[in-house]
Design a protein around this ligand. Structure first.
Ligand SMILES: NC(=O)c1ccc[n+]([C@@H]2O[C@H](COP(=O)([O-])OP(=O)(O)OC[C@H]3O[C@@H](n4cnc5c(N)ncnc54)[C@H](OP(=O)(O)O)[C@@H]3O)[C@@H](O)[C@H]2O)c1
Length: 241
């Protein structure tokens, strides 16, 4: 089997960290990026060598793009880029909403463009973005987060449409997690049907292997998503979240 190479942005904890371990077990050579470089260095010790690590702050798009370009050049022939980095604040202040938009929206676009340009030059590739079930409706407790995840899903749909229209061999996969047991939701009031980050990573790997367009993680969130989308507005706005 030929060597496969992948980059995970936001690999220092939670879903990104477990996905790194899963892909490493499956034979991928990995590039890992996040702000907490010391956690990436620890994680590298658990992966099959070589693994490349880079400090990257996604909310600083110019430098983040440069870091990704350098990592792609250093690793060479990268097949898969996963943009997992994201933040979520409940009852956010304006500053927190701004940070959410900088990270989840502006950062995502900045890096997705680098990946798509790279795959276009390479002639093939696979972009995976982590959105959320929260992107399906606007919950008052986390308005900017829900809107940012809706943006990511719609942006990836557009990239997929463009790739198909131009006959490019680039897959675009939208991963929509429900609740995953990671630092992002620790102390939250409402989580239900929570699964471990390991389970999420296994299901994300399956979606990657099948080059799926869209995957709910865990899979049992699919009917919840359907219900959320189907709820009439007059009923949705009365939900206590
Ligand atoms: N957990 C859930 O229930 C859930 C549900 C739906 C969607 N998601 C999505 O899943 C993704 C991963 O979240 P998680 O649950 O695994 O949370 P997590 O454990 O907090 O991990 C978030 C990751 O994003 C990175 N990150 C955040 N801001 C960044 C920045 N400015 N620059 C670079 N990296 C940044 C973090 O690295 P550093 O802090 O080291 O930079 C970390 O590696 C997020 O996009 C989240 O929105 C999670």
């Amino acid at each position: 089997m030929s060597e496969q190479k992948a980059i995970i942005i936001g690999a220092s904890s939670g879903i990104g960290k477990e996905l790194a371990k899963e892909l490493s077990r499956r034979g991928y050579t990995l590039g890992l990026a996040a702000r907490r470089e010391e956690l990436l260095a620890e994680l590298r010790g658990e992966l099959a060598p070589p693994a490349y690590i880079r400090r990257m702050d996604v909310s600083q798009p110019v430098s983040a793009r440069q870091v990704l370009q350098e990592l792609l050049a250093e690793m060479g022939d990268v097949e898969l880029v996963v943009i997992n980095a994201g933040i979520s604040k409940h009852k956010a202040s304006w500053e927190e909403e701004q940070q959410t938009i900088d990270t989840n929206v502006a950062g995502f676009v900045a890096l997705a463009r680098v990946a798509m340009d790279y795959f276009t030059r390479r002639g093939a590739g696979h972009l995976v973005g982590i959105s959320s079930v929260a992107g399906l409706r606007g919950f008052g407790i986390s308005a900017a987060y829900c809107a940012s995840k809706a943006f990511i899903s719609m942006y990836m749909q557009a990239l997929r449409q463009k790739s198909t229209r131009l006959g490019l061999n680039i897959a675009v996969t939208d991963i929509r997690p429900g609740f995953i047991d990671t630092p992002l939701i620790s102390g939250r009031k409402y989580p239900f049907w929570v699964v471990s980050a390991e389970t999420a990573a296994r299901q994300i790997y399956t979606a990657i292997r099948k080059r799926k367009r869209l995957a709910y993680v865990p899979r049992r969130w699919r009917p919840v998503a359907w219900l959320l989308k189907a709820l009439p507005d007059w009923l949705f706005i009365r939900l206590p979240v």
